[in-house]
Structures are given as structure tokens and as C-alpha cells.
Design a protein around this ligand. Structure first.
Ligand SMILES: Nc1nc2c(c(=O)[nH]1)N[C@H]1C(S)=C(S)[C@@H](COP(=O)(O)O)O[C@H]1N2
Ligand SMILES: [Mo]
Length: 214
């Protein structure tokens, strides 16, 4: 109930188009890697092997599939994502645990990826699935927000493994756990059915609200 109220109040009272503050490069701070920091060390040996193999190959075999309410479902390599328009932004990451840090992120606006897949007009939610088993999503206001990017670069280098390499979401208008790392699949839907339970670690049952606007 609190989640629904917070989401409704934020979306009613605040502009969905407002921008998170952007900083200059001199504001870049040290940045801890938290949560999953190396899927190559997962206790699931098959997926750990798969990740290490892809990493050794510069993630040339990494694929992100886009499914659901899109006219052109398909898969994208990191090279495909890099061919989309790009955006560089220095933004703050605010973790729900109380720390925050600033980095420069390079990526493709999520809107560009959704356009490339032909998102349909009845789409309402974009869900992300990750290599380490998380599922989480954003509504279309955040999905199409100009600062919501699928990032492959951090502080001028390739996105480090600890920070979600080769591809993570950056959604600076929500708390840290919404910026999912190690993206493997996007599912575009028109409701949250089937995604309301067991949302990876960021589940409402564990006290994580679905909407974490800041
Ligand atoms: N796939 C995945 N995404 C994730 C996490 C994770 O453990 N796995 N942790 C989340 C949390 S709680 C935070 S604060 C940030 C941490 O990002 P960082 O490791 O780059 O600091 O990633 C978020 N995205
Ligand atoms: Mo977090």
C-alpha cells in the first residue's frame, strides 16, 4: 500500500521529465562495488563459467534480448548497443543503504534501444533480467527519461565487472538498487503481473519498493 501511495504521489506531484543533477568530472568520487561484484565467481558453476568465458572474449558474445510488446523482438550485442546514439552523464548514485557516489557514465538512452526494437503503443513497463538472477523494472516515464541509459562505460573506460559489466542500467532518478547490473534481457509489458513476486533481491517482500523515486 505504501508503495502504491508513494508512486502515485510522486507521479502526481512531480514532473516525470525533471532531470537529476549532473555534475562535472572533478566531482567524480570513489565508488564502491556492491551486491554482486563478479558473476564469474557465482556458486552456480555453469553460469560462472559462462560469464568468465564471455569476459575473456571481451564480452563479444554477450547478448541482450528484447521481448514482449515490441514489433521487432531480437537480440543486441554490446557492439549493437554502442552503435545507438550515446549519452555521457556525471550523476550521483544513491544506495538505499545510505551511501552515495558520483561517476561518469556512458551508454545508450534506453529510449533508443526500445525504439530500435519497435516498442508498441500499449507498452507500460520495461522489465530487466540480469545474469545474476535479478528482475526489476521501470514505468515508461523513467524508461523514456533522457537520463535513463543502458551504460557500457564508466569514468571513460569500459564498465568494470564489479559495476555491472558489460551492461547495466543507470536510472539516476531512483535509488541504487533499480540500476540493475549485468543486463541480459528486457521484457516490455503492459502490467506487472508475473513480476510482482520474487523480484530477485529487490523484492517488495524484502522491503524494497518497486518504485524508488528520489
Ligand atoms: N544485477 C545486479 N544489479 C544490482 C545489484 C546486484 O547485486 N545485482 N545491486 C544493486 C544495488 S543495491 C546497488 S547500490 C548498485 C550497486 O552498484 P555498484 O556495484 O556499481 O556500486 O547496483 C544495484 N544493481
Ligand atoms: Mo544499493
Amino acid at each position: 500500500m505504501g508503495d502504491v501511495f508513494t508512486y502515485g504521489a510522486q507521479r502526481t506531484l512531480l514532473s516525470g521529465r525533471g532531470l537529476a543533477k549532473e555534475y562535472s568530472r572533478k566531482d567524480i568520487s570513489s565508488f564502491p562495488a556492491t551486491g554482486t561484484t563478479d558473476p564469474g565467481k557465482s556458486s552456480d558453476h555453469k553460469s560462472a563459467d559462462d560469464y568468465r568465458r564471455m569476459r575473456a572474449n571481451g564480452f563479444a558474445d554477450w547478448r541482450v534480448s528484447v521481448e514482449g510488446l515490441v514489433s521487432k523482438p531480437g537480440t543486441f550485442s554490446i557492439a549493437d548497443v554502442k552503435r545507438l546514439p550515446s549519452r555521457i552523464q556525471v550523476t550521483r548514485h544513491s544506495c538505499e543503504e545510505g551511501w552515495s557516489a558520483i561517476a561518469e557514465w556512458t551508454g545508450a538512452p534506453l529510449s533508443a534501444l526500445l525504439n530500435a526494437a519497435g516498442m508498441m503503443p500499449n507498452a507500460r513497463i520495461v522489465n530487466f533480467h540480469t545474469f545474476d538472477g535479478w528482475t526489476d523494472g521501470v514505468d515508461l516515464l523513467d524508461a523514456l527519461h533522457p537520463q535513463t541509459i543502458v551504460a557500457y562505460g564508466m569514468n571513460g573506460s569500459d564498465l568494470p565487472v564489479g559495476h555491472g559489466g558489460p551492461l547495466r542500467l543507470r536510472v539516476p532518478r531512483q535509488l541504487g538498487y533499480k540500476s540493475v547490473k549485468y543486463i541480459t534481457k528486457l521484457t516490455v509489458t503492459d502490467d506487472l503481473k508475473g513480476f510482482g513476486k520474487g523480484l530477485g533481491s529487490a523484492s517488495p517482500e524484502d522491503g524494497y519498493s518497486w518504485y524508488a523515486g528520489i
